[in-house]
Design a protein around this ligand. Structure first.
Ligand SMILES: Cc1cc2nc3c(=O)[nH]c(=O)nc-3n(C[C@H](O)[C@H](O)[C@H](O)COP(=O)(O)OP(=O)(O)OC[C@H]3O[C@@H](n4cnc5c(N)ncnc54)[C@H](O)[C@@H]3O)c2cc1C
Length: 389
C-alpha cells in the first residue's frame, strides 16, 4: 500500500489488470523516473511550450503513446499515473494525443489514420482537441462554430477557447456545426491541420501550472471533405465516445498526482520532528494519512474498473467513467491538500514538487466534463434505472 513514487501500484488493482500490465506499469514508471523526474518546472508559458514539444518527441520515441493506439485503456491509465506523478505537463501531452487521435482511430479514413494518427502516436505530430467555445462549455451542443459544405470542402468559421496545445499543435480535431438548427445532432468532427489557411492561433491563455493553452479562430478555413471524421451530424456522438474512453484516464492522472503527494507526506511525517518526536507519531497526522491512503485506493479501484469495462469492449462506459473521473479528481484534490498540510509551510514554495501538484490537480475537476456534469450523468442513470423497476 505504501506508494512508490512514479511506479503505479499494480497489486491494489490486480483484479482489473492482466499480467501484461505489470511490464507496462514498470516501463511507464521507469520512463517517468529517468526522463521526467530530473526536469525542473518550466519557468513560464513560453518555456512550457518549448518543453512540451521536446517531451512529445521523447515520449513518442519511448513508445509511451502505444496504449492509445491499441486502445488499451488500462495501459493508458498506468501511463498517466506514472506521468502525472512527475510531470503534469507530460501527462497533459499524453491526454491530448489521446483526445486528438482517438476520433481518427474510431472514425477516420485510412489516409487520416496512416498520416495523422501514425504521426501523433509516434510523437512526430502534436494533437489538439477543439470543442469548447466561450459560450459553450459544459453545454457543448450550443457551439456556434460552423462548417459549411462547399463542393469537396468544408468552410469553417468561428472560435474555440481553452484549447490545450493551441499554438503548438500540428493538427486540431475540431467540432463544428454542419446543421446549426439541429443543435447536438448537427455537429460534425474534422481533422484540421495547423497550417490550414484561415486557421489562426488567437493567443495564449496562461495557467498557474505549466500547460500550453489558448484560443484559435477559423475565418473561411477550408478543409477537405475527406478530413471529416465519421458521418455528417455524428460528431457529438464521436466526441462523447472519445470522452467516455478518456475520462477514466483523467482519474488515473489524478491518482498519480495523489500517490506522489501521499508518498512525499509520508516521508516527511517520518523524518520531521516537532515537540520532540516525528510528526508520524501524532494521531491527528495519522488520521490524515489514513484518509489519504483510503481515498486513493478507492479512487484507483473506480478508475481501473472503468478502464477494464472499456477494454472488455463495452459499447458505453459512461457511468463507470463518470464515477471514476468525479471521485478520483475530487479525492486527489483532497489528498494533495492534506499533503501540503502535513508538509507545512516550506511545501508552499513554488519550487516544491507538491506545490506543483497543487496547482496542476485543480484543472482535472473541470476539463473533460466538470464534477457536477459527471454527477448529473450518474444521477440520471440512477433515476432512469429506478423508474424502470
Ligand atoms: C486546463 C484546461 C484545459 C482544457 N483543455 C481543453 C481542450 O483541450 N479542449 C477543449 O475543447 N476544452 C478544453 N478545456 C475546457 C473544458 O473542457 C471546460 O472548461 C469545461 O468543459 C467546463 O466548461 P466551462 O469552463 O465553460 O464552465 P461552465 O460550463 O460555464 O461551468 C461553470 C460551472 O457551472 C457548473 N455547471 C454548468 N452546467 C451545470 C448544470 N447543468 N448543473 C450543475 N452545474 C452546472 C459547472 O459544473 C461549473 O462548476 C480545458 C479547460 C481547462 C481548465
Amino acid at each position: 500500500m505504501v506508494p512508490r513514487i512514479g511506479i503505479p501500484d499494480v497489486t491494489a488493482v490486480r483484479a482489473f489488470l492482466d499480467e501484461a500490465h505489470d511490464g507496462l506499469a514498470a516501463s511507464a514508471g521507469s520512463f517517468a523516473t529517468r526522463e521526467l523526474a530530473p526536469l525542473p518546472e518550466p519557468r513560464d508559458d513560453a518555456a512550457a511550450r518549448v518543453e512540451a514539444k521536446s517531451l512529445l518527441g521523447r515520449m513518442g520515441a519511448a513508445g509511451v503513446f502505444e496504449p492509445i493506439g491499441r486502445q488499451d485503456w488500462r495501459g493508458c491509465c498506468l501511463a498517466r499515473e506514472a506521468l502525472g506523478a512527475f510531470s503534469p505537463l507530460a501527462d497533459a501531452i499524453f491526454a491530448l494525443q489521446g483526445l486528438g487521435t482517438l476520433p481518427i482511430l474510431l472514425a477516420g479514413n485510412a489516409a487520416l489514420q496512416a498520416h495523422w494518427a501514425g504521426a501523433a502516436l509516434g510523437g512526430r505530430a502534436m494533437a489538439a482537441f477543439a470543442m469548447t467555445e466561450r459560450e459553450a462549455g459544459s453545454d457543448v451542443a450550443s457551439m456556434t462554430t460552423t462548417a459549411r459544405r462547399d463542393g469537396d470542402r468544408y468552410v469553417l468559421n468561428g472560435a474555440k477557447t481553452l484549447i490545450s496545445n493551441a499554438g503548438i499543435a500540428d493538427f486540431y480535431t475540431v467540432f463544428a456545426s454542419t446543421d446549426p438548427g439541429a443543435k447536438g445532432k448537427g455537429i460534425s468532427c474534422f481533422v484540421v491541420p495547423a497550417d490550414s489557411p484561415g486557421l489562426a492561433f488567437a493567443g495564449a491563455q496562461v495557467l498557474s501550472a505549466p500547460h500550453p493553452l489558448g484560443e484559435i479562430a477559423f475565418q473561411d478555413c477550408r478543409v477537405p471533405a475527406m478530413n471529416r471524421l465519421g458521418e455528417e451530424g455524428r460528431g457529438m456522438a464521436l466526441g462523447l465516445k472519445t470522452l467516455d474512453r478518456m475520462r477514466a484516464t483523467v482519474g488515473a492522472a489524478a491518482c498519480g498526482m495523489a500517490a506522489r503527494a501521499l508518498a512525499e507526506a509520508l516521508a516527511h511525517a517520518r523524518a520531521r520532528r516537532q515537540f520532540g518526536k516525528p510528526l508520524a507519531e501524532f494521531q491527528l497526522v495519522q488520521d490524515k494519512l489514513a484518509r489519504m491512503a483510503t481515498d486513493l485506493t478507492a479512487a484507483r479501484l473506480l478508475v481501473y474498473r472503468a478502464a477494464w469495462a472499456a477494454d472488455r469492449g463495452a459499447e458505453r462506459v459512461t457511468l463507470e467513467a463518470a464515477m471514476a473521473k468525479a471521485y478520483a479528481t475530487e479525492a486527489a484534490q483532497r489528498i494533495v491538500d492534506d499533503a501540503i498540510q502535513i508538509l507545512g509551510g516550506s511545501c508552499l514554495l513554488a519550487s516544491h514538487p507538491v506545490d506543483r501538484l497543487y496547482r496542476s490537480v485543480r484543472a482535472l475537476r473541470i476539463y473533460e466534463g466538470t464534477t457536477e456534469i459527471q454527477n448529473l450523468v450518474i444521477a440520471g442513470q440512477l433515476l432512469h434505472e429506478s423508474s424502470a423497476t
